[in-house]
Write a protein that binds this ligand. Structure first.
Ligand SMILES: Cc1cc2nc3c(=O)[nH]c(=O)nc-3n(C[C@H](O)[C@H](O)[C@H](O)COP(=O)(O)OP(=O)(O)OC[C@H]3O[C@@H](n4cnc5c(N)ncnc54)[C@H](O)[C@@H]3O)c2cc1C
Length: 306
């Protein structure tokens, strides 16, 4: 409930102005985001990789409404991939792409072609792309695009969100050999008609989906910080005789860093989702909605800055 309210309020321009200028926003951005520039992204990636972690980089920005901006984002991803190759970290770094950042709402075919260019650049430097999943209105097109891209780039990763009622079925369809699938809870405000309402129902759905993926032949990417779900992931790996090279854990940069390193030391692949760029507002608001305790920090800083 609170999460939905935060996500709805975050779309109001007045709230955006207020929060963007709040000093506490800057310190949260520093926690979750690598920095503004490609060099920052490469530098933080190097540090994470030196700590035994893998990385997926997200160039912040979404809901592009003009073709030139979609083209610029596409070019920026290609330049990022070249920079990762020049730093000799592509792999273990890959990239995560939001189709809305490369034109999905403008023209779905344009978004698919832009994503294809990014896949081409990734393949040229020996790494991969994962298509982030946005709100439920985009799920069908994103999965169609995934299918089209996988014809030429079969290692393109999918994301499925356990909070959607459809996801267990989608997991069954995508749990085949060679299929990289990130399973997360889901970060958008969704209506009850398509999504589970309570945290408990979302968690139960996550476990059902995790079972399907871990029992299947694909490459599951378990994206969660939830200690119970991480433990269930480790347990299912034992049940299904999965060696550490057949699945991975994923977490967000800045969230449970000690646990990230503990899992890596235990021999698992742990990939960190690392955003960079100036367009951090929607990303930060989704993190705030997951962690309403930060609202108190915001409230205190807004009062004390008056
Ligand atoms: C690698 C990765 C990629 C993702 N990609 C997508 C995507 O493409 N589409 C999408 O809709 N969602 C995506 N998400 C977000 C995801 O859907 C959840 O919103 C987010 O991960 C929080 O869910 P949780 O499983 O960690 O469980 P929660 O129950 O939210 O959190 C469990 C515990 O983790 C800690 N925690 C969680 N979030 C935070 C935070 N922001 N700050 C501090 N501590 C926190 C807290 O200790 C909390 O108690 C991604 C998440 C990850 C890790």
């Amino acid at each position: 409930m609170l999460r939905t309210a935060i996500l709805a309020a975050a779309r109001t321009p007045a709230v955006e102005r207020l929060l963007t200028n709040a000093s506490v926003a800057q310190s949260l951005v520093a926690r979750y985001v690598a920095g503004d520039e490609v060099d920052d992204a490469v530098q933080v990636s190097r540090e994470l990789i030196a700590d035994g972690l893998a990385v997926t980089l997200d160039r912040l920005g979404e809901d592009t409404s003009d073709e030139a901006a979609a083209a610029a984002t596409t070019a920026a991803y290609c330049a990022l991939l070249d920079a990762l190759a020049a730093a000799d970290i592509a792999p273990p770094a890959e990239v995560s792409v939001k189709l809305s950042a490369v034109g999905q709402r403008l023209d779905p075919r344009l978004a698919t072609e832009n994503a294809r260019k990014i896949c081409q650049s990734a393949a040229a430097v020996g790494t991969t792309v994962t298509l982030d999943m946005e709100d439920h209105t985009t799920t069908d097109h994103t999965l169609d695009t995934l299918g089209a891209l996988r014809e030429d780039y079969p290692d393109t990763g999918a994301v499925l969100q356990a909070y959607l009622r459809r996801t267990e079925t989608d997991c069954r369809e995508l749990a085949h050999a060679g299929s990289r699938v990130r399973l997360c809870k889901g970060a958008y405000a969704e209506p009850e008609s398509v999504g589970f309402e309570t945290a408990l129902d979302v968690d139960r759905s996550y476990v059902r989906c995790l079972n399907v993926l871990m029992a299947g032949d694909g490459y599951p990417m378990l994206a969660t910080h939830d200690p119970r779900l991480v433990a269930i992931g480790e347990e299912r790996a034992r049940w299904y005789d999965r060696t550490p090279d057949t699945f991975e854990f994923q977490m967000l940069h800045g969230v449970r860093p000690d646990e990230q390193r503990r899992l890596a030391r235990a021999g698992y692949t742990v990939r960190i989702y690392l955003p960079y760029g100036r367009d951090w507002y929607p990303y930060l608001m989704r993190r705030l909605a997951e962690r309403p305790a930060y609202l108190a920090l915001f409230a205190r800083s807004l009062v004390s800055s008056r």
